[in-house]
Design a protein around this ligand. Structure first.
Ligand code: SF4
Length: 311
């Protein structure tokens, strides 16, 4: 056995309320309507979650046209475009919307600003499913910006009536500099309260920053395609700690633990707690471990289920 290893667990970590709700919607749909239940796009960005739902009879598709007419179909937590909703209707699908209510809130913000004659600047990543869905829900031209360079490159008059909205998986910290650049460059720009930005990314990033002060190494459990999990790794590194993203316990490399006395462990908003517990079990095979939960925020947010699957 190696010398004793202290494992510190971040609080909060793992599933956010929107992901927990989306997974529950698919599970309940499988029970209520019987398999197969089609799911448009990966319900959340985590392979383990997808595989376990697939084993229960969920079929994941990336094109709505792949779904046989009249099937039961769940829309993923990231949201879908109006075009996808219309195609689903034309196919006679029974649709259950697992779009996170906080993503719907961004759709509504965008529509609200557009209806008041403002052009929309959307802070988000062009290849993210949520961004594609949101752009397809707002009937107005949308200027997508990912960086401050994108803000500088915007071809809009300085006094153009604008409003910004943000991708939910970005934290307040992620968006601060871009919002600052927008308000500096444009004189008539409005945006939602920062309180409106999803709580989950900010809380998980703040917990990692706190944790970085007391650990030698940080492991983030999450999918490679999970934006918020990758951001947690980046935040840990910005805080001066070595950090690695692992999909599960099989990706742990023992070489990482040389001279490490305290390891911090967290998980992205789409990673289930069982994967964190598996990592703890794997670490205990190589060293005597002592596990401690860091003090942190207790999240109490929950979202109501859609009527089609509610009890
Ligand atoms: S990260 Fe926030 S917006 Fe995204 S699913 Fe979770 S609660 Fe909803």
């Amino acid at each position: 056995m190696e010398p004793k290893l202290r494992v510190v667990l971040a609080t909060p970590r793992g599933f956010c309320a929107g992901v927990a709700r989306a997974v529950e919607i698919v599970e309940r749909a499988l029970e209520r309507y019987r398999p197969p239940v089609y799911v448009y796009h990966e319900i959340v960005h985590n392979r383990h979650v997808i595989e376990s739902l697939r084993a229960k009879g969920a079929i994941f598709v990336e094109r709505i046209e792949e779904i046989p007419p009249l099937s039961v179909t769940v829309f993923s937590a990231h949201g879908v475009t109006r075009q996808v909703e219309e195609k689903a209707q034309a196919l006679g699908l029974t649709t259950i919307d697992a779009t996170c209510p906080l993503v719907h809130k961004v759709h509504n913000q965008g529509r609200h600003y557009a209806a008041r004659g403002r052009s929309i600047v959307y802070i988000g990543e062009s290849d993210h499913q949520e961004v594609k869905g949101t752009i397809g829900q707002i009937d107005a031209p949308i200027h997508l910006v990912e960086t401050i360079a994108d803000v500088i490159a915007l071809r809009l008059p300085a006094d153009a009536p604008l409003a910004y909205i943000t991708q939910t998986t970005l934290s307040v910290d992620d968006t601060r500099a871009i919002i600052g650049a927008l308000t500096k460059r444009f004189t008539d720009i409005v945006g939602p309260d920062t309180d409106d930005i999803c709580y989950a990314a900010q809380n998980r990033q703040s917990a990692v920053r706190e944790m970085a002060r007391i650990v030698d190494l940080i492991l983030v459990v999450g999918g490679r395609n999970s934006h918020n999990s990758n951001r947690l790794v980046a935040v840990a590194r910005e805080s001066g700690r070595r950090a690695y993203l692992i999909a599960d316990c099989n990706e742990i490399d023992q070489a990482w633990f040389e001279n490490v006395k305290v390891v911090g462990l967290t998980a992205g908003a789409s990673a289930p707690e069982v994967l964190v517990q598996n990592v703890i079990a794997a670490l205990s095979c190589h060293a005597e471990i002592e596990v401690a939960e860091m003090a942190g925020l207790t999240e109490t947010m929950t979202f109501r289920l859609p009527a089609a699957v509610s009890p």
